[in-house]
Write a protein that binds this ligand. Structure first.
Ligand SMILES: [Ca+2]
Length: 560
């Protein structure tokens, strides 16, 4: 994935992001009838009881530690039953708080996913912030900016909002989250991991925050690529530990090693969370701090990150808040979305959303779930989420994206592909730039080239050929069997599509009004990205200019 224009062609972007330690560039929920700007607990974003708002003094507002991994898929935390990735810190949040089984990002790519978190809005409500590598629109305020204005100290370590250009305020770089804490370094346990000591930087931040309530963003750069091949095994893992391989990849030593290397990176991110929890404990701050751990998009493997399947958008999420969460240790099935975070944090900080200066959010504060004692489905109307994507990297002619919209319930995922003549992971002759380079990707590409096996390539890189996809995700979470063409799901398919389009219209999605092409007209924050396809084909660039894929990913012959 593209991150930053300052990265040299020879250097893997992510390696730079991680090693530099410089911060580098630094579902809609609920009933269909009520969405944006609703104010009631059912339709809106504020769930705090009115009496709470008045009685809570400013200095009693909770602190917030928001932890986000880069590119981790939801099932790969041990709290969800994964045996080959050990995440004791994440699990502790779940044991002492709430484990969410159905949390989704609206858009499975770094920059648009993080933009949805920060603004409380879905990609299609964010103009160029729907895309990847963009200039952050000045008009969209972020919730950390609002918290800061309302007395919170804010800060971040690791990866904040990226990649893209946040713009400037009064001649200075706009701080979408807060000042960066990046002084503390450490030797990482494997090559390709960051040398930032996230937990030590968090301590520095706490020293500075004094008595204020605070919001801190811990953006682990793991498990984003690149990985040290074999680092998982070197750390004591065994390729036989993986009990189930996804059907859409070959099952062999290369792919299993790739997965274990990914798992080892998740564990590194989790280690730092564990240290942060200990720090809060030592300082007596655990009781009234909301600690939340999630990821921004699915694992950086073919058919996961940057697509819109379960392995793309379904995210891990655990939240601990001893003072606020009732009956801790619950597992919750409600469908929740990243657009719910901003309403949640403003809610607990007693800041009315409509007075915050933020654009209205179709999200809903999660405090109904926090303050409930229930397991399973807590709030009946949280029964679906909306997802979608526009343009990610830059590998298609005419700066084109691959537009999708989708709606997921607990049992079904419905997707609509708007431009099926386009390549879902990017054009083959440009290396499928929307899929990060990896041993697994190389293997699948080579299998097709050698004529051994094309099905893996078809699943990850081939054209979809159909507009509609429908999967029974409770039975088929790998989204292998497209039910959209079978007669007996006609009604379900129509119902899901109708519900999705109704909500998208309410949210003023340009694509619902015949104006979806606008997303391909927005500029990139990287100059070389504009018309990169055409310029590459003319010889202005080489495969070495896209360091997040391998030069061998570029197909030498045109595939139609
Ligand atoms: Ca990411």
């Amino acid at each position: 994935m593209a991150q930053n224009k300052s990265i040299s062609s020879a250097m893997n972007r992510r390696l730079f992001m991680k090693a530099a330690g410089a911060g580098a560039v630094s579902l809609l929920i609920g009933c269909a009838a009520k969405s944006i700007a609703g104010r009631s607990s059912e339709a809106g974003y504020i769930n705090a009881k009115p009496s709470d708002a008045k009685s809570v003094k400013a200095d009693q507002r909770p602190n917030i530690l928001f932890c986000i991994m880069d590119d981790a898929s939801w099932p790969h935390m041990s709290a969800y039953g994964c045996s080959w990735a050990k995440t004791p810190a994440f699990d502790r949040l779940a044991e002492k708080g709430i484990l969410f089984r159905n949390a989704y990002t609206p858009n499975a790519k770094c920059a648009p996913s993080r933009a949805s978190i920060l603004t409380g809005r879905n990609s299609w409500q964010l103009e160029e912030a729907a895309n990847h590598i963009f200039n952050f629109p000045a008009k969209f305020k972020t919730f950390p900016e609002v918290l800061r204005k309302n007395g919170y100290a804010t800060g971040l370590t690791g990866k904040g909002w990226a990649p893209g250009d946040p713009g400037t305020v009064d001649g200075k770089k706009r701080e979408l989250i807060g000042p960066e804490w990046l002084k503390q370094k450490a030797t990482p346990p494997a090559k390709g991991m960051s040398n930032e000591d996230y937990a030590a930087n968090f301590e520095d931040f706490l020293d500075s925050a004094s008595e204020k309530p605070w919001f801190f963003w811990y953006g682990a750069r793991e498990p984003h690529r690149s990985y040290e091949y074999g680092s998982g095994v070197k750390a004591g893992k065994n390729i036989a530990d993986i009990d189930k391989m996804p059907a859409f990849w070959p099952d062999n030593e290369i792919v299993r090693n790739d997965m274990l290397d990914y798992a080892f990176e998740i564990e590194h991110a989790d280690d730092h969370l564990g240290r942060m929890i200990q720090t809060l404990e030592k300082r007596g701050l655990l009781e009234n701090t909301i600690i939340l751990m999630t990821s921004d998009n699915g694992m950086p493997f073919p058919r996961c990150k940057a697509q819109e399947y379960e392995s793309s958008n379904h995210m891990p999420l655990a939240v601990m808040w001893p003072k606020g969460i009732k009956n801790p240790g619950r597992t919750v099935d409600d469908m929740v979305s990243f657009i719910d975070f901003a309403p949640t944090f403003l809610d607990v900080a007693n800041i009315p959303y409509e007075k915050s200066g933020m654009h209205p959010s179709p999200g809903r504060s999660l405090t109904d779930i926090f303050y409930s004692e229930k397991d399973g489905q807590v709030t009946p109307y949280r029964d679906f989420v909306l997802i979608g994507k526009e343009r990610h990297d830059y590998s298609r002619p005419n700066n084109a994206g691959y537009p999708i919209r989708g709606i997921a319930s607990k049992d079904y995922l419905y997707l609509f592909n708007y431009e099926i003549d386009r390549w879902p992971a990017g054009n083959p002759e440009l290396g499928y730039l929307e899929c990060d380079g990896s041993p697994t990707k190389t293997l699948i590409l080579n299998m097709r080239r050698e004529g051994k096996e094309t099905k893996y390539w078809e699943w990850s890189f081939g054209k979809r050929n159909v507009h509609e996809e429908l999967y029974n995700i409770s039975r088929d979470p790998e989204c292998m069997e497209n039910l959209a063409t079978s007669q007996n799901v006609g009604q379900l398919k129509q119902e899901m599509k109708a519900r999705m389009e109704k909500l998208l219209k309410e949210q003023q999605d340009p694509r619902m009004f015949g104006k979806g092409g606008v997303f391909d007209t927005y500029g990139y924050s990287e100059k070389k990205a504009w018309h990169f396809y055409e310029r590459f084909m003319k010889g202005e660039f080489t495969p070495a200019d896209t360091g997040w894929v391998n030069p061998t990913d570029y197909e030498k012959v045109i595939i139609r």
